[in-house]
Ligand binder design. Structure first.
Ligand code: AR6
Length: 175
């Protein structure tokens, strides 16, 4: 099941894992990454230092410091260069790996941001389609993960994800 939520992902109280839109250094940054590190506290950065970075399209897991969740999954999306440098596959891949990691760590509910749609510049409509399709397929593969909770930070992003989710569901039901 995919659900959409408007607001700050760090306020999620139901997910056992929160996915972060990280960069390859995994040492924090702005946007959702900054918000997650601020809310989790210094323990998270300490754990991240031991990870040795992460390639775009991949994800790594840590504890969650002071957050209500048990884990943070640091997923590195692609920087948007116009769409011709494998951005779509890299974006889908980091979501797939995030869901696989959640499943491997026994998480039933995960919270996810709209990876790459901020500083990394991925156009929201295209990102919504790719992200929802990737997560939907990953949930079908990892059935112990029962809910993917997408957090959209503003109303525009929320509307775009809502339309994309509706379109995906209509296509699935053959209408
Ligand atoms: N909760 C939910 N969504 C948020 C929040 C929040 N608290 N804050 C921002 N967003 P971005 P990226 C939305 O830039 O594009 C960082 O510096 C935001 O509106 O956080 O993957 C990292 O360290 C946007 O829709 O991530 C990397 O260097 C979405 O989250 C780089 O940015 C993603 O925006 C990663 O860039």
């Amino acid at each position: 099941m995919i659900t959409l939520h408007l607001g700050d992902i760090t306020t999620d109280r139901e997910a056992e894992a929160i996915v972060n839109a990280a960069n390859p250094g995994l040492l924090g940054g702005g946007g959702v990454d900054g918000a997650i590190h601020r809310a989790a506290g210094p323990l998270l950065l300490e754990e991240c230092r031991a990870l040795g970075g992460c390639e775009p399209g991949h994800a790594k897991i840590t504890g969650a410091g002071r957050l209500a969740a048990k884990h943070v999954i640091h997923a590195v999306g692609p920087v948007w260069h116009g769409g011709g440098r494998g951005e779509r596959e890299l974006l889908a891949s980091c979501y797939r790996r995030a869901v696989a990691l959640a499943a491997a760590h026994g998480c039933h509910r995960i919270a996810l941001p709209a990876i790459s749609t901020g500083v990394y510049g991925y156009p929201l409509e295209q990102a919504a389609h790719v992200s929802l399709e990737a997560v939907d397929a990953a949930l079908a593969e990892h059935t112990t993960v029962a809910q993917a909770r997408f957090w959209l930070f503003d109303e525009t992003a929320f509307e775009i994800f809502s339309s994309a989710l509706e379109r995906m569901r209509r296509q699935r039901s053959g209408r």
